[in-house]
Design a protein around this ligand. Structure first.
Ligand SMILES: C[S@@+](CC[C@H](N)C(=O)[O-])C[C@H]1O[C@@H](n2cnc3c(N)ncnc32)[C@H](O)[C@@H]1O
Length: 205
């Protein structure tokens, strides 16, 4: 992992992923999280203030050690016991059916083998367990979508692997989750090419 990924990118995401709109969505996504909770792509821990008070303990992974390092201060301030590990979500060491809730915020865009990661999420969830997600992705508007395709190769460099054009809904459904709630649309005050959101809950049936 290079200097940009390990040192610059974690600081960049820590700065830019804190808009009012993003905070609002973090709060919405996390409101109903319960039981044994697992977060993939934990980043710098920006979700921590939005977990319900009932969540006292969390298991988290992120592939980037620079993010994990930066998350330490936020973990210490959170009052939540966080078991944070540098791991690739495509191949998890956790036992089958270990968690009730999995959280994933603006992460599926960045995972190389996203299908493998989602199948791992499904494996570690208990039957009836839920994946809580908010992701940016493919726009249904043809013009915007074309720009997403054009910009993705360059965006992947700035965003450390982030793709603009993934269809989160299809990716989740393809792994045999039942999407039980889904809100799709542009986030206010965001450029359209990066602002089409998929926010919801998917259940392991
Ligand atoms: C755009 S950031 C979002 C961080 C955090 N979820 C948030 O909402 O602030 C995407 C995160 O996914 C992580 N990531 C990318 N690929 C991953 C993988 N294969 N396994 C685990 N984490 C990964 C990155 O290191 C980064 O921290």
């Amino acid at each position: 992992m290079g200097f940009y990924s390990k040192v610059i990118f974690p600081r960049l995401l820590d700065l830019v992923m804190t808009t009012g709109q993003m905070k609002k969505r973090r709060a919405q996504v996390l409101a109903d999280v319960s039981g044994d909770v697992f977060e993939i792509g934990f980043g710098t821990g920006l979700n921590l203030p939005f977990y319900p008070d009932s969540v006292k303990e969390l298991t988290t992974v992120d592939v980037n050690p620079g993010c994990t390092k930066l998350a330490q201060r936020r973990i210490a301030e959170s009052g939540i016991t966080v078991h944070n590990q540098v791991l690739n979500a495509e191949s998890l060491p956790m036992d089958d059916e270990s968690f009730d809730s999995v959280v994933c915020t603006w992460t599926l865009c960045s995972i190389d083998n996203v299908e493998k990661a989602l199948s791992e999420v499904r494996r570690v969830l208990r039957p009836g367990g839920k994946l809580f997600f908010v992701e940016h992705g493919a726009s249904p508007d043809e013009k915007v979508r074309k720009w997403q395709d054009r910009l993705t190769p360059c965006w992947k460099v700035i965003g450390d692997g982030c793709r603009l054009n993934r269809n989160t809904e299809e990716l989740i459904q393809d792994q045999h989750f039942e999407i039980t709630s889904l809100d799709k649309g542009y986030m206010e005050k965001s450029p359209r090419f990066a602002g089409y959101m998929y926010q919801g809950v998917a259940t392991k049936t």
